[in-house]
Write a protein of this length. Structure first.
Length: 233
């Protein structure tokens, strides 16, 4: 789904979202409440400029509109693989974006991520996965790494990884597997305004992803390990 169709379905005429190149920015109204909108489109690679632009939207909201909810609309092919961005410190720019989102959460802003098209790699990790919760449309595509690339990095045969991905969500791409692992809290189907309304009302402030993954049997060890660490303290 393109961002304009999504915005119309979510907010009707009650939005002022614009695309500035690959950057999405603006505000929208839901039940008389204003939301800040930030995000990306066109499968944008997240480079230094785009990461800093999104961080600026979040920080301006914290400074000028205390407590206003923030909705991150996610469509990215991952981090920008370009020498210029590496030399400018893309790692620090993306970390800055993640820290801005975390600061908003700590300052009482409800921050939600919505993967409406594609979410890959670091561009997803430093946005939707740092929000209070990340949601997705059923037709969205989510993955960190394709199996051929994973095979090159892990030195495991691609056939073995393909077999593992059939039964273990950790090795498999796809929104359903990210729901099973707890990375995506739920899929939004049907009435999108109702889904957003419920997310704003019901998303917990604490991080429940490890427990969600345990209960859904998609990530079985994270929650027990967290509990062991907490008991050790």
């Amino acid at each position: 789904m393109d961002w304009k169709t999504l915005a119309d379905q979510l907010f009707g005429p009650r939005h002022h979202i614009v695309a500035d190149g690959s950057l999405l920015r603006g505000t929208a109204e839901l039940d008389g409440q204003t939301l800040t909108i930030a995000g990306s489109t066109d499968h944008a690679p997240i480079g230094v400029a785009l990461a800093l632009a999104q961080a600026r939207i979040v920080l301006d909201t914290i400074a000028q509109h205390p407590g206003r909810p923030i909705l991150l609309l996610i469509d990215t092919q991952g981090q920008q693989l370009r020498r210029r961005d590496e030399l400018l410190g893309i790692n620090r720019a993306m970390a800055h974006l993640g820290m801005a989102i975390d600061l908003a959460r700590r300052q009482g802003h409800r921050v939600l991520g919505l993967v409406y098209d594609q979410a890959l790699s670091g561009g997803f990790i430093t946005s939707g996965l740092i929000a209070d919760a990340c949601y997705a449309l059923p037709e969205a595509e989510i993955r960190v790494m394709r199996l051929p690339a994973m095979a090159r990095v892990t030195k495991l045969p691609e056939e073995k990884l393909a077999a593992l991905s059939a039964t273990n969500p950790v090795f498999a791409p796809g929104v359903d597997n990210y729901v099973a692992m707890g990375g995506v809290r739920a899929l939004w189907r049907g009435d999108l305004p109702a889904a957003l309304r419920a997310a704003l009302a019901d998303t917990p402030a604490e991080d429940t992803r490890a427990q969600d993954g345990f209960e859904r049997q998609g990530r079985r060890l994270a929650a027990p390990l967290v509990e062991r660490v907490l008991r050790a303290d």
